[in-house]
Design a binder for this molecule. Structure first.
Ligand code: C2E
Ligand code: MG
Ligand code: MG
Ligand code: MG
Length: 288
């Protein structure tokens, strides 16, 4: 029908919107059904200490393992979960799974979790995260919470109070995707970040593109002047690592080190390195 009415731009547009809305409604319905079905799971991307080359921990990245739709990226379901009020519970349930899993790892390994701007509007967020730590027995000192600058726009004072409560518990706070979106250097002053993450769009292009290289180097300089350690995301090549090290970036992650892994694959990797401390998890890994 869209093509038949091709001369009528308005009609074509409307039909397109209708299709989009229908897809979105069915996506929403599928997400609701998938939650009790346990289809949302944590995947883990390695984070490397660039000074030693050792594994420092993992960033938890949510995945929807849907029997109907396959493996679905958070870029598809997080926005829908945000718009429909599902994000809070959904996110915490995946973080809970990650904590239960990471409890069985070498205690020097940390996990970083992503918090949506929508979640930062919940005055109980800090209490909810602390409750998860208590329930799972995962130590606060091994948890890092990643927030983006867009979170700080809507309600800075609420964000400050949530971040303050999290930090009081010993949880670290990272500023994610720095340099993209509505960046403002004043955000660095408004909140006591423990870490800044340089966005992949700058890191992955820094060898070919001199603007990217300048931006990475400026952020690294800012980190060192402010004494805030830097993580570089999106490392895809070896050559970039040397450059990042020279600039003083302390951590790195990206597909050069490995793509995000399922729980089973993390267990296998850690078992080979003698970094699984819980016997039960090791046995599960052997069976898998
Ligand atoms: P992010 O936090 O910036 O995470 C990094 C994203 O870049 C991940 O995509 C990761 O797989 C991808 N990536 C990392 N290294 C490389 C690389 O070397 N090359 C390329 N091409 N890509 C790389 P992913 O997992 O699709 O996540 C996308 C975004 O979804 C995340 O961006 C984060 O903002 C959001 N997200 C993921 N999990 C959660 C969650 O549990 N809650 C919330 N609120 N957001 C989440
Ligand atoms: Mg992140
Ligand atoms: Mg990021
Ligand atoms: Mg990013």
């Amino acid at each position: 029908a869209a093509k038949k009415n091709g001369r009528n731009g308005f009609c074509w547009f409307e039909n397109g919107m209708e299709v989009e809305l229908r897809t979105r409604n069915s996506l929403e319905a599928d997400i609701r059904a998938a939650i009790p079905n346990d289809e949302f799971v944590p995947y883990f991307e390695q984070q490397i200490d660039l000074r030693t080359g050792e594994l420092a921990g993992f960033e938890m990245l949510a995945r929807w393992v849907s029997p109907l739709r396959g493996l679905i990226s958070p870029d598809e379901f997080i926005p829908v979960a945000e718009d429909t009020g599902m994000i809070g519970d959904l996110s915490l349930s995946i973080i809970r799974k990650a904590m239960l899993e990471a409890k069985g790892w070498d205690p020097k390994l940390t996990i970083s979790v992503n918090i949506s701007p929508v979640q930062l509007k919940d005055p109980w967020l800090a209490q909810k995260i602390v409750k998860l730590l208590v329930e799972t027995g995962f130590p606060a000192s091994r948890l890092e919470v990643e927030i983006t600058e867009s979170s700080l726009f809507k309600n800075l004072s609420l964000a400050q109070s949530i971040v303050g409560s999290l930090k009081n518990q010993g949880i670290k706070i990272a500023l994610d995707d720095f340099g993209t979106g509505y960046s403002s250097l004043s955000h660095l002053r408004a909140l006591p970040f423990d870490r800044i993450k340089i966005d992949r769009s700058f890191v992955s292009t820094m060898l070919e593109n001199s603007e990217s290289a300048a931006i990475v180097s400026a952020i690294a300089g800012l980190g060192s002047s402010l004494s805030v350690p830097i993580t570089a995301e999106g490392i895809e090549q070896q050559d970039i690592i040397d450059k990042l090290r020279e600039l003083g970036c302390t951590k790195g992650q990206g597909w050069f080190y490995g793509q995000p892994m399922s729980i089973d694959n993390v267990r296998k990797m850690l078992a080979e390195r003698n970094m699984l401390i819980v016997k039960k998890s090791a046995n599960i890994a052997e069976r898998a």
